[in-house]
Ligand binder design. Structure first.
Ligand code: CO
Length: 683
């Protein structure tokens, strides 16, 4: 097509009755998946999608992305929603627009390669439940990881969209690894696999406008499938990048409805519709209809999510991403992780170490799950390495990567790091070179046996096979065997209004409702007095635990028995229910100033005390217990793995600090633990 997109602008209207453009730009809307995944931690609920679904179906999108990526995980873990049900529900509202999902190749919607039998059944059931287009990517751009899913996608009659993860090692396209030839080669490989369309997946917003022009032109000239651009807004370049891509002849672009747009999400749709109005790339969309959808979202839906927006900064773009090439989601994960570990001051060090770790791990693109793998390993290096020893705490996922379980890295992994990571690795110390899933044993039958009758259908079984710990928890809730925790329930607009009132009160200093002296509770024999010093002020504060004797007494050393009681006390995860006794040290019990109410996740539990005898295995970070490798009474050697905890989806094997006998095991699989909690004691 010509480079000139301008045509005569005659009488224009905003409605749908404009003449069809010569090379109409097609649009995929991402609001209902990547939009809330990028801006609102993937917390979008189905009930907040249905109010606009029918109107969105009328717009004329090429597709709407509604599933995959992190939604599957987040829904069952944090929202108490069955991911499969979302597909079926939305399908009732979207009667003509095809559904698209993000499929992480052999990682499906999880964070590791699953066995072929799981991958095959997953794709089949996903089509059964209403999926039309599989946007398929592999974090390493190793298309051997597509070999299982693609034939199933094709057999089911669905659309196979192959992705090339866009990555750089230089400021611009080029260099030895990610140059134009690299992308053309990858596109041809996808075409050979039968791709119906090819997507450039620019997850960190690194694609610069002129590079996009060059890249899209080259792809249009070299391969036949439709070319699709997915470019995040993080760095601020994306609207310009899309425009140059449109001029270069891109067939489809990804956008979001305005309330779900910009920041780490995608460019908004509406400015494109207006900019292209009356040109040969006119979308043909009805701008008034879009405005009505935005209105509903803005007034009735988004107030419920506003608190999830990262509002720590005024800027809505982050040009730092161009320097460290970290996708937005990964960055906020790193910030959260460091904050929970009281190490936010280490952020600069983490960003400095990150390119080094990436290079040592094979210069891989940074996208889920490699962004987490590289990110968490970097955090571990910064927090736990000593001047004498690097990679002191290697995550299980880095070991898998070094073994070849994710596929072939862009450049070889640093041999020293690889050797260290694979020392004692249970699959063997010699890395593999074949297609990763080839070494994976089938998983379905094992999963079926384990979960038994709790899985009623294949959808349940897949949920369990992909996420054994949280998936089982969800199924217990789904079938009424376990209560759905309050924290998983949705909030209403009324809740939001009440919260806003509280914040307003707090700002005016009226939050603490004064209790009249005649209503004071009686001081018990357990009341203790603390000296509290706050910036030059001194307070003497009496602290009396509500509801009986404190579990831990402050002055005397805790005995092993009380430590065990404290550590196994119920549900340490949800802050509001955390036993107060553990908040005794002055820091936590200082009189709360009249500040805005903190979200539950910000509250922290103080570390459980160490036992008086024996060597404790402490959680070095907050996380969830995956499994204990040792039980009480087992013999253990120093350095042997006692327990595996998951932090930010990465598994960390915690070694025994001493040789001896496991005296106590204080948690069980699925329990949340805080940093410093004693997970086991060795004697
Ligand atoms: Co994305």
């Amino acid at each position: 097509m010509s480079e000139h997109t301008q045509v005569e602008m005659t009488e224009m209207n905003y409605g749908k009755d404009r003449p069809e453009a010569e090379h109409r730009l097609m649009i995929e809307d991402l609001s209902l998946r990547d939009g809330h995944q990028s801006l609102f931690a993937t917390r979008g609920r189905t009930e907040d999608m249905t109010p606009v679904a029918e109107r969105m179906d009328e717009i004329g999108f090429w597709a709407v992305e509604v599933w995959g990526g992190a939604t599957f995980d987040t829904m069952h873990r944090f929202l108490g929603e069955d991911p499969w049900q979302r597909l079926r529900t939305l399908k009732k509202y979207f009667k003509k627009t095809p559904f698209s999902m993000l499929l992480r190749g052999q990682n499906l919607v999880g964070y590791r390669n699953y066995a072929d039998d799981v991958a095959e059944l997953f794709v089949k059931k996903t089509v059964d439940n209403g999926m039309d287009i599989f946007r398929t990517f592999d974090a390493l751009n190793d298309y051997r990881n597509f070999e299982t899913v693609v034939p199933v996608i094709k057999e089911c009659g669905a659309h196979f969209q192959g992705c090339i993860c866009y990555s750089l090692t230089e400021p611009r396209i080029g260099g030895d690894v990610y140059n134009l030839e690299y992308y053309i080669k990858k596109a041809k490989a996808l075409e050979d696999m039968g791709a119906d369309s090819i997507c450039i997946k620019d997850m960190a917003g690194l694609l610069a406008p002129y590079d996009a022009y060059k890249l899209i032109k080259a792809l249009k000239e070299n391969v036949k499938p439709l070319i699709h651009l997915h470019s995040h807004c993080t760095s601020g370049m994306s609207p310009m990048t899309h425009f140059k891509a449109i001029e270069a002849g891109v067939d489809i672009i990804d956008t979001c409805m305005t309330p779900y747009a910009y920041r780490t999400s995608h460019a908004a749709l509406e400015p494109f519709v207006m900019s292209l109005l009356g040109t040969n790339r006119d979308t043909g969309f009805d701008i008034n209809a879009l405005a009505r959808i935005n209105d509903i979202l803005e007034k009735e839906i988004l107030p419920k999510y506003k608190h999830l927006l990262d509002d720590t900064k005024v800027s809505i773009i982050d040009i730092n991403v161009l320097l460290h090439q970290t996708p937005g989601g990964m960055l906020s994960n790193l910030v959260n992780q460091l904050r929970e570990m009281d190490a936010l001051d280490k952020m600069d060090e983490v960003l400095k170490e990150l390119p080094r770790v990436r290079k040592e791990l094979g210069q891989i693109p940074l996208v889920t799950p490699t962004s987490q793998i590289v990110g968490i390993q970097t955090v571990n290096n910064v927090l736990f390495d000593t001047p004498k020893e690097r990679y002191k705490m290697v995550t299980a996922q880095v070991k898998d990567l070094c073994y070849g379980l994710y596929g072939k890295t862009s450049v070889p992994i640093d041999p020293e790091v690889q050797k260290k990571a694979l020392k004692g690795y249970d699959r063997g110390e010699e890395p593999i070179t074949c297609r990763p899933a080839q070494v994976l044993e089938p998983e379905l039958e094992k999963a079926r046996k384990e979960i038994g009758n709790l899985a009623v259908d294949d959808e349940d079984l897949i949920l369990y096979a992909l996420f054994p710990v949280t998936g089982k928890k969800f199924l217990m809730q789904k079938y009424g065997k376990e209560k759905v925790p309050e924290s998983l329930k949705p909030i209403t607009l009324e809740d939001v209004a009440n919260q806003n009132k509280m914040i307003e009160k707090a700002r005016k200093g009226e939050l603490v409702e004064k209790v009249k002296p005649e209503d004071f509770p009686e001081k018990s024999e357990y009341a203790r007095t603390f000296n509290v010093f706050i910036e030059g002020d001194y307070f003497e504060v009496g602290v009396d635990e509500v509801g009986g004797a404190p579990v831990i007494t402050y002055a005397t050393a805790a005995t092993a028995a009380t430590a065990a009681t404290a550590a196994t006390s119920p549900a340490p995860a949800a802050a509001p229910e955390a036993p107060l006794a553990q908040a005794l040290p002055v820091k936590a019990s200082a009189p709360a100033p009249t500040s805005a109410p903190k979200p539950a996740s910000a509250a922290k539990k103080e570390p459980a005390p160490a036992a008086s005898s024996g060597a404790p295995v402490k959680a070095p970070m907050p996380g969830m217990v995956i499994k204990y490798e040792k039980n009480a009474g087992d013999l253990v050697n120093e350095g042997e793995t006692v327990v595996v905890i998951e932090a930010m989806k990465m598994e960390n094997a915690l070694p025994s600090p001493a040789s001896g006998v496991i005296k106590s095991v204080n948690y069980k699989s699925g329990d949340s633990v805080a940093k410093g909690d004693v997970l086991a004691v060795i004697e």
